[in-house]
Design a protein around this ligand. Sequence first.
Ligand SMILES: Cc1cc2nc3c(=O)[nH]c(=O)nc-3n(C[C@H](O)[C@H](O)[C@H](O)COP(=O)(O)OP(=O)(O)OC[C@H]3O[C@@H](n4cnc5c(N)ncnc54)[C@H](O)[C@@H]3O)c2cc1C
Length: 490
Amino acid sequence: MFDCTIIGCGITGAAAAYLLSHYDLKLLVLEASNDVANGSTKANSAILHAGFDPEPGSLMARANVRGVEMAAEICRRLDVPRLNCGALVLAFSPDDLHTIRELYARGLANAVPGLRLLSAVEARQLEPYLADTVTGALLAPSSSIVDPWEYALAMTETAVKNGLVLALGRGVREIKLPDAAAGKDYFELTDSQGQRHQSRYVINAAGVHSDQVHAMIGGHNFRIHPVRGQYFLLDKNAGHTCRHTLFQCPTAAGKGVLVSPTVHGNLIIGPDAEAVADPDNTATTAEALEYVRRMALRSLNNIPFGENIRNFAGVRAQSDRPDFIVEASPQSPRFINLAGIKSPGLSAAPAIAEMALDLLAQAGLALKRRADYDDSRRRIRFRYLTPAQQSELIAADPRYGHVVCRCETITEGEIVAALHGPVPPRSLDAVKRHCNAGSGRCQGSFCGPRIHEIIARELGLPYDAVTQNEDGSYIVTEPTKGNSDKGVTV
Ligand SMILES: Cc1cc2nc3c(=O)[nH]c(=O)nc-3n(C[C@H](O)[C@H](O)[C@H](O)COP(=O)(O)OP(=O)(O)OC[C@H]3O[C@@H](n4cnc5c(N)ncnc54)[C@H](O)[C@@H]3O)c2cc1C
């Protein structure tokens, strides 16, 4: 019997898992994918927004501002790459100048620190390559960028190290409400492997599928209308095209197309906003990418699109309500919906999790802090060590002397460490998210086969059972001696 089960392990579920694991509780996470952070959390702009955009007084505004304050501390504590690069919202017209003044006022109301309205000349002093058509800007110095995968992974790993049970490849298929009359004072969740789990409390953090999960207990008071956004990711050669995140003025459709450095030194450009029927539709299209390209060139006229190394798309969990949904289900006070978590959900996640804990406590969950909590996460990043530190590491473990991913200088030692970490990656794409091997200019063309061999060797899988990403995405052929599609629990 679990005290609380979290459905979904994107940034929202991971933050809830992390905060809850500080208490004396039996916790379970059921995640449909074979890895954490494989939904919206893996495909977004990676901005920890300053908080000038959400409507003052909204849940979104409160969660955004509190969330980024918490994120700074969590990233520091758990060794997650985060860079306080600041952001500019660019104006191109008198209407835009009006909008940035409104955003400035909203930001003040939301208590965002350091906001300043800049003339075009002042903006150009910060970003020399701004387009000539820029007429002014709002500067938000507290805006940051983060590695969203590692942020979610670090919180999950820490929760697992502290006793949380993480079941990957276990999508929830059916949920039975507690039935006190039958002596069953707990939810019964059945997963995609047919296994049943009993839990006294449930958090629904299933992203674009959160309405379907709520419907499993007969809840129908919100719907998700997925909105896709597409991106270019440019090579590190283009990473210095701008130093700040460059936004355009937001519209009803969203925050608009941005150009931003990433924490890994690349340049990210996107997204558009397109309603899609299928919440899992992360295909890219030539039309949308052309729109993103055109819009981005309004901000900076020298973007070297020839340095593009990858296009990708993410899907926003836009709901039929204007704000985040952070509330107990009308079906049961012990079932907490964290739904409609569109942007700024990455920024707001820890604050949303904090609100979820309050709701759980109000519903009767006893929260007793643990004295023995271990959040001492540290990751070896070979490429950032001094030559002396590198030599010392190689002497202790020669696998750190074997560079597998040449673009990003990721060693065999780092890949092996990830594969034996608290949340082992089980596919090539997961290895990329967990330790950056294969995320560089060649996108795994060179190192892919070597990483494939290392995964098979270290996890004891048949060579042909290793997948590119989700279960079933075999690289070589259909497996002959068994496969990895049974889910894994750590
Ligand atoms: C294009 C785009 C750009 C964005 N840019 C930003 C930004 O710059 N800054 C920002 O703050 N926010 C941004 N966001 C928003 C942010 O990415 C999301 O708010 C956040 O990732 C949502 O996290 P989540 O955990 O709620 O959902 P997800 O990351 O989607 O996680 C939900 C998880 O639930 C799992 N799941 C689904 N159904 C089931 C089931 N039945 N059983 C078990 N598991 C299940 C899924 O596999 C998934 O792993 C952006 C979003 C998009 C799409």
